[in-house]
Design a protein around this ligand. Structure first.
Ligand code: U2P
Length: 284
């Protein structure tokens, strides 16, 4: 698809998504928030246990500069390996359903991932929701499959009664992602990718708080930002993420006071064992 047809597609997507969010949020709101807490509504559990309805959404975004740091080998589906098209922005990890106590339901009752359901969103998903691995990801049924299938089955199936099907799970997630542009907010505040600068994590959190009126969760790998999570009520209004509990953010994922936002390397498909094809060609 060309850039301009891509833009037209995204515009259409946003219009459709806005409508979907309104419809879905309305139906979600036919039950009062307090009642939702009361109702031990069973959303089913692929793990064989009953799981009550979730409390809020977390949109988890990944930083490719950190995700691609340790990549040893490229393959076609790895988002790190797109050469000049390697993402230069935070990309989507998933839209998660969380409980206020820092735990979450997962693998709820629902259909397995069906790629046909999201064909209309394929171009946006490829670009903004890439996997950063060549390996297949575990699904909820004991097998392995795509990253998108993993996210839908593990988290999307638990989003009832707000999100009822796979297509809307992906559409609503893309819509939130486009409406809450973390990369733009950080860049405008001077938090730009760099392999030498360190930024105060408090400044990064404050920039997002000011822009979106929510307190995000920030996840690190050593001192590099790996993920930023934005949280939303069930009507998709912004809310603070729950204070990071041990289960949500293990000690190895918590950030130091000063963090980096590593530059994004553009690896080529032929990249293997630390040697890019272009480097290999130059060496011969
Ligand atoms: O943090 C490690 C993995 O735990 C899952 N997670 C974390 C926090 C949260 O609020 N909800 C949640 O599901 C994620 O699992 P994944 O979707 O990657 O399988 C997260 O990566």
């Amino acid at each position: 698809m060309t850039r301009s047809s891509d833009r037209a597609f995204l515009l259409l997507l946003l219009v459709a998504a806005a409508a979907a969010v309104v419809v879905t949020a309305d139906s979600g709101f036919s039950v009062m928030e307090e009642d939702l807490d009361e109702i031990e509504s069973v959303v089913g559990g692929g793990l064989g246990k009953k799981q009550r309805e979730f409390d809020y959404f977390a949109l988890s975004l990944q930083w490719p500069g950190t995700m691609c740091n340790g990549v040893k080998k490229c393959c076609t589906k790895n988002g790190c390996c797109r050469g000049a098209d390697t993402p230069q922005v935070f990309t989507i990890h998933g839209l998660w359903t969380d409980y206020n106590d820092g735990t979450w339901p997962e693998c709820c009752d629902g259909p397995s991932f069906n790629p046909k359901e999201v064909e209309a969103l394929q171009s946006a998903l490829d670009r903004y929701w890439p996997s950063y691995s060549c390996s297949k990801t575990s699904n909820c049924h004991g097998g392995k499959g795509t990253f998108w299938g993993h996210e839908w089955e593990k988290h999307g199936t638990c989003a009832k009664p707000v999100i009822l099907d796979e297509y809307n799970y992906f559409l609503i997630t893309l819509n939130l992602y486009f409406n809450y542009n973390v990369t733009k907010v950080l860049n405008e505040e001077g938090y730009v990718p760099s392999n030498s600068e360190k930024y105060p994590v408090g400044g990064i959190i404050a920039a997002i708080e000011n822009a979106f009126h929510l307190t995000p969760s920030v996840i690190c790998q050593k001192d590099a930002i790996k993920e930023i999570r934005l949280c939303f009520y069930k009507d998709f209004k912004p809310r603070d993420c729950v204070l990071q509990t041990n289960r949500m953010v293990t000690s190895s994922e918590s950030c130091p006071q000063y963090v980096s936002l590593p530059e994004i390397k553009s690896l080529e498909h032929g990249y293997e064992d630390g040697l890019e094809r272009s480097e290999l060609a130059a060496a011969l």
